[in-house]
Each structure stands twice: as structure tokens, then as C-alpha cells.
Design a protein around this ligand. Structure first.
Ligand code: AMP
Length: 259
């Protein structure tokens, strides 16, 4: 497995294998079973598997959130190697955002509702970094998790609107045995918060916005940002809650399958 820190290195390494299908799995690291399911799907479908590992500062509004985001690069590289990843692109923030950086991509309407309302600028950061990763890696397929349903919808819109030549692949949300969606941020929860966090998947499992809101509002120690039905493809009931300084999101698919 090759680990590349620069864009030039990555392009050079991939240029040798340009005639083989490339699958890209973008991640922010602190890998868990959700990331592994994306890596396995990519491995099964593509001759060349690229994982990006980049905690993208542009998608964090809150500096403390960025500072506390879990970083476990050595472990992540071991896990990627075990999943037979061919190349990890792990750039510095300066490599992705050199001095004078000023070009942004914004999915305007979709990027300003739900998560976008509570995290202004978040999807601008996501869309910009994903477009840049696509341009660096030039994947045939890119793999994302249904866990971040609105992110999937933003990227689908980005691909369509800018006619990007990449196939979007979406994998179902991977959960712990008790139902909590795996998330790198789960490691930031105290055991008490981890127990309270279960209210989120339980509330969403009602598949009813009002019932979910009532359940969450009756849970002490947990603040609700929103629970809304979103007309994505597929439609979901999505919610976001805060436990202390940790914010968790989740959703359930209401009709059909992630695709
Ligand atoms: P992140 O490292 O959190 O940016 O996530 C990288 C990718 O993994 C994104 O496409 C996420 O949607 C996906 N992902 C995160 N958590 C899960 C999960 N529990 N199940 C499936 N995919 C996930």
C-alpha cells in the first residue's frame, strides 16, 4: 500500500494504472466498521482502491470541533492495509488549501437546509474538497455512506450539476449491536452519553417526525437540533442531537434502499 502526502505524488502513482478502474473512498480517518464497508465495496468492484484520509478544516465551522476530532493515522493505515487498499492519499491542510486558496463550490439550496442550517458553510467545505479529491484521483466510482444522507444528496447534485464523470455508490449505515450508528465521534462520548445517544436511533425508528421529536425531547442530557423528513433519494427521517460538546447525526430510510 502506497501512502501519498502530495497531489503530485498521487497523480504520478495513479498514472501508471490509468487503464484500470479506480474506486475512491473519501474519509476523515478514525476508521470504523462504516468506513470498512465502503472499502470492501470498493475492493470488490475496482482494480485500484484509493482511500483519502483528510480531516477537512473547511467543513468544520467550530474550531473546537476540528481540534477535538479523533486522529489515529497509524491505526487507520494499518486498517486500510488490511482491507487491501492500494493507495492512501493523506495530505496536509496546506496541500489541499495552499496560501491564497479562494475557489469554492456550493450546492446552494440543498447545502443550506438541515445540517447546512446548523453548520453554515459545512457543505461548501464538503463539496469543494470532494470535487478536488475527484480531480486529483479521477475515480471511476466514489463510495459514500447513507449515514450522511444529506452529504450523499449534496454530492449527487454536485456530480449532476457539474457533469462530473464519476459513479456515486452509496452503502447502508453500519450500526453497533445496540443500534447506534458507527461514527468517529462516538469515541468522544462518555459512557453515560453513549447510553443516552441510543435515543437517537430509537426515535428515528418510529419513522414518525413528531413521535421521534417527543421521544428525544423527553431524554434529559440530550439537546435536539432537528428531526425532519427529507425528500432525498431515497426519502429519510433525519435527525441531529448534541450530547455535551459532541454532535451526532443519523437517519432512517423511509422508502426504498440507499443507492
Ligand atoms: P467520515 O470519515 O466521517 O467523513 O466518513 C467517511 C465516509 O464514511 C462517508 O461517506 C460517511 O458517510 C461514511 N460513514 C460514516 N459512518 C458510517 C456508518 N456508520 N455506516 C456507513 N457509512 C458510514
Amino acid at each position: 500500500m502506497k501512502v501519498c502526502r502530495t497531489i503530485v505524488e498521487t497523480r504520478a502513482a495513479l498514472s501508471e494504472r490509468r487503464d484500470e478502474p479506480v474506486g475512491l473512498v473519501p474519509t476523515m480517518g478514525a476508521l470504523h466498521g462504516g468506513h470498512l464497508s465502503l472499502l470492501r465495496a470498493a475492493r470488490a468492484e475496482s482494480r485500484v482502491v484509493v482511500m483519502s484520509l483528510f480531516v477537512n478544516p473547511a467543513q468544520f465551522g467550530d474550531r473546537r470541533d476540528l481540534a477535538s476530532y479523533p486522529r489515529e493515522e497509524a491505526r487507520d493505515l494499518e486498517l486500510a492495509e488490511a482491507e487491501d487498499v492500494d493507495l492512501v492519499f493523506a495530505p496536509s491542510a496546506e496541500e489541499m488549501y495552499p496560501p491564497g486558496f479562494q475557489t469554492w463550490v456550493e450546492v446552494t439550496e440543498l447545502g443550506s437546509i438541515l445540517e447546512g442550517e446548523f453548520r453554515p458553510g459545512h457543505f461548501r467545505g464538503v463539496a469543494t474538497v470532494v470535487l478536488k479529491l475527484f480531480e486529483i484521483v479521477r475515480p471511476d466510482r466514489a463510495y459514500f455512506g447513507q449515514k450522511d444522507a444529506q452529504q450523499v444528496e449534496v454530492i449527487r447534485t454536485l456530480i449532476r450539476d457539474l457533469a462530473l464523470d464519476v459513479e456515486l455508490r452509496v452503502l447502508p449505515t453500519v450500526r453497533d449491536g445496540d443500534g447506534l450508528a458507527l461514527s468517529s465521534r462516538n469515541s468522544l462520548l462518555t459512557p453515560e452519553q453513549r447510553a443516552l445517544a441510543l435515543a437517537l436511533p430509537r426515535a428515528l425508528a418510529t419513522r414518525d417526525r413528531d413521535a421521534a421529536l417527543a421521544l428525544l425531547r423527553s431524554t434529559d442530557g440530550l439537546e435536539v437540533d432537528y428531526v425532519e423528513r427529507a425528500d432525498f433519494d431515497p426519502p429519510v427521517l433525519a435527525g441531529a442531537v448534541r450530547l455535551g460538546s459532541t454532535r451526532l447525526i443519523d437517519n432512517v430510510v423511509l422508502e426504498g434502499e440507499p443507492r
